[in-house]
Design a protein around this ligand. Structure first.
Ligand SMILES: [Zn+2]
Length: 303
């Protein structure tokens, strides 16, 4: 065989093998079967200093505590939260959180105990989470792929707000329906993009539609929402209105006043301590006018 033919054959062989290698690795990556390749970022692991959790991992903004076997989930949790800081919390809330603790629990009982969850074990489902004290508690966040990442980002919002207002007492400045509304807004933007359809994405949107069309349930005014939506709400309709109207209110202001309207509101509220004044400051309207405007738009969307 002539030398140039040999050289040519070798070059062809290298190209074919290289191509196969790239194809194979790409396939493995897409399938997510090999965790080392599937995980975009692997954060360093160390022994945990928290009782009940064997290991921890940290990024700049979060420390995740987890059990043996949950290492890949800890990596995923950090990746989701870090992305939320860069793309959502800073942009929509004007908040860069300090390092925040996150707990990955493995059983309902552990979740209820560690998170001190007021709803009790009967009200916990796979994929649930909460952030009652500035820390984030998650129960098997990736076992329900529909809820998983959105719930993490939602609870991350509550924790970011908590740190922004300097804890429980500071949080009293922010009415519960806006605290929930902001968390859902961020969750839905993460899930469905900035132009998400509120009637499609908002939980309890059907309740809002029914209220607008038939008057039953009667929708609450902004002042009523601020009064009636604190803490854990067991009444289903009331809970639905608080969360549904809260989210629609937040969505409405972003849509009509711009992406940074809530960052401005939060900065103003931190000093004013008066949510009505701060809402007036960013919208140029008093809360009864604003409330009517919000319900008008809802009416137009429903019909
Ligand atoms: Zn929430």
């Amino acid at each position: 065989m002539k030398t140039w033919v040999k050289v040519l054959l070798i070059i062809v062989a290298i190209l074919v093998l290289g191509g196969l290698a790239v194809f194979f690795l790409g396939t493995v990556k897409k399938g997510g079967k090999v965790s080392v390749l599937a995980s975009p970022t692997s954060y360093p692991q160390s022994a945990s200093d928290q009782t009940g959790f064997e290991a921890k991992k940290s990024s700049s903004y979060y420390t995740v505590y987890y059990h043996a076997g949950d290492e890949a989930n800890a990596d995923k949790t950090l990746a989701v939260l870090d992305k939320a800081v860069g793309e959502l919390y800073q942009k929509y809330l004007g908040i860069t959180p300090p390092n925040t603790q996150v707990y990955l629990t493995q059983t309902v009982d552990e979740y209820v105990k560690v998170a001190d969850f007021p709803g009790g074990a009967n009200n916990v489902q796979v994929g649930d989470g909460s952030a009652p004290n500035g820390k984030i508690y998650l129960y098997k966040p990736f076992d329900d792929p529909k809820k998983g990442e959105g719930v993490i980002v939602h609870e991350g919002t509550h924790a970011a707000l908590w740190s922004f207002f300097g804890g429980g007492q500071g949080m009293e400045k922010l009415p519960g329906f806006l605290n929930e509304g902001l968390a859902y807004q961020i969750e839905f933007v993460y899930r469905a993009g900035a132009n998400y359809d509120p009637l499609k994405e908002i939980y309890f949107a059907d309740l809002l539609e029914k209220g607008i069309k038939t008057g039953e349930p009667r929708l609450m005014s902004l002042a009523e929402l601020a009064k009636n939506c604190e803490g854990y709400i067991s009444d289903e309709i009331k809970n639905g209105l608080c969360r549904g109207q809260g989210t629609y209110t937040v969505w409405y202001l972003v849509k009509n006043y711009g992406n940074d309207v809530w960052a401005k509101f939060l900065a103003d509220l931190k000093t004013s301590g008066d949510w009505q004044k701060s809402l007036e400051a960013v919208s140029g309207k008093n809360i009864s006018q604003l409330g009517q405007e919000i319900n008008e738009q809802l009416k137009n969307m429903v019909k």
